[in-house]
Design a binder for this molecule. Structure first.
Ligand code: ATP
Length: 235
C-alpha cells in the first residue's frame, strides 16, 4: 500500500499541496482526477521525491519514502510515466525500453522482461529498431509505459497518459493497463484531467482541486453525480 499522510509541498515559497492524504491499495488502480493546475503533477513529484515535502509522510508498504533520494524511490519500487512522456526521440525503441532497466538485477533479466512487455504491446515489436521519434503518439505512450515496467515496479504512476491521444488510442492504452495489472498485480496511480476512462478502470477515485483533495470514494458513486460530472468532465 502506498500511503500519503498530511502532505504539504510546493515550489520554494509557493505552496501548492495542502494537507493531502491518500491511501492507494496494493494491486488496484486509483484514479487522481482534477482540472488543469489542480496539483496532480505536483503530488506525483512529491511522491517521486522530485520536490521536497514541507511536512507529511509518504510510505510504501511501511517503508518511508519521504526521506529517500529520488533515485532510491525507483529502486524501492515506484515507476513513473511522466506527463509529456519523456520520449528520447533519437534513440531506438529498444534503447528507450532498455533505459528502464535501472539496476543489475533487472539487467540480468532484460531479455525475458522485454519479451513480456512486447506481449503486452505487440505494436512495438516491429518498431524495436526504429527511432522513437518515428512512432505515433499512441505507440510512444505504449513505449514509455513499457519502459516504466522494465524495472518490475510495485507501483506504476501515470501522469495524464491520455493527453494528445485519440479516444480509440486512449482505449487501447487503458486496455493494456488493465492487462498488465491483472498479470502483475500491479498498483496503479492514474492522474487524469479527462477522466471518464479512468473512472471505468479505477477501483477508487480521489478528486483534487486547488492543491486539496475535495472528494473520494468508489467510481460508481460519481458516475451519476451531475455536480462532479460538470465540474470535472464538462458534462
Ligand atoms: P496539469 O494537468 O495542467 O499538469 P496539475 O493538476 O498536474 O495540472 P500541477 O502541474 O501540479 O497541476 O500545478 C499545480 C500548480 O502548481 C499550478 O498553479 C502551477 O502553476 C504550479 N506549478 C507547477 N509547476 C511549478 C513550478 N515548477 N514552479 C512554480 N509553480 C508551479
Amino acid at each position: 500500500m502506498l500511503s500519503i499522510e498530511s502532505v504539504y509541498a510546493g515550489y520554494g515559497e509557493v505552496k501548492i499541496l495542502n494537507n493531502i492524504s491518500l491511501t492507494i491499495p496494493s494491486g488496484q488502480t486509483t484514479a487522481l482526477l482534477g482540472p488543469n493546475g489542480a496539483g496532480k503533477t505536483t503530488l506525483i513529484r512529491a511522491i517521486c521525491r522530485m520536490i521536497p515535502l514541507t511536512s507529511g509522510r509518504i510510505s510504501l508498504n511501511g517503508v518511508e519514502l519521504s526521506t529517500l533520494p529520488a533515485h532510491r524511490v525507483s529502486v524501492a519500487g515506484i515507476s513513473l510515466v511522466p506527463e509529456g512522456r519523456g520520449v528520447l526521440y533519437t534513440l531506438t525503441v529498444l534503447e528507450n525500453l532498455e533505459l528502464g532497466a535501472i539496476n543489475k538485477t533487472v539487467r540480468r533479466q532484460l531479455k525475458n522482461r522485454l519479451e513480456c512487455i512486447l506481449e503486452v504491446f505487440p505494436d512495438l515489436k516491429a518498431k524495436l529498431h526504429h527511432v522513437a521519434g518515428s512512432l505515433s503518439g499512441g505507440q510512444q505512450q505504449m513505449m514509455v509505459i513499457g519502459r516504466a515496467l522494465m524495472s518490475f515496479p510495485k507501483v506504476l504512476i501515470l501522469d495524464e497518459p491520455s493527453l494528445g491521444l485519440s479516444p480509440l488510442l486512449v482505449q487501447t492504452v487503458y486496455e493494456s493497463l488493465v492487462k498488465i495489472q491483472n498479470e502483475e498485480k500491479l498498483t496503479i496511480l492514474l492522474a487524469e484531467q479527462n477522466a471518464m476512462n479512468a473512472l471505468e478502470i479505477a477501483s477508487q477515485v480521489y478528486f483534487m482541486d486547488h492543491g486539496e483533495i475535495t472528494r473520494s470514494g468508489e467510481p460508481a458513486l460519481f458516475k451519476n453525480d451531475s455536480t462532479i460530472l460538470s465540474a470535472y468532465f464538462g458534462a
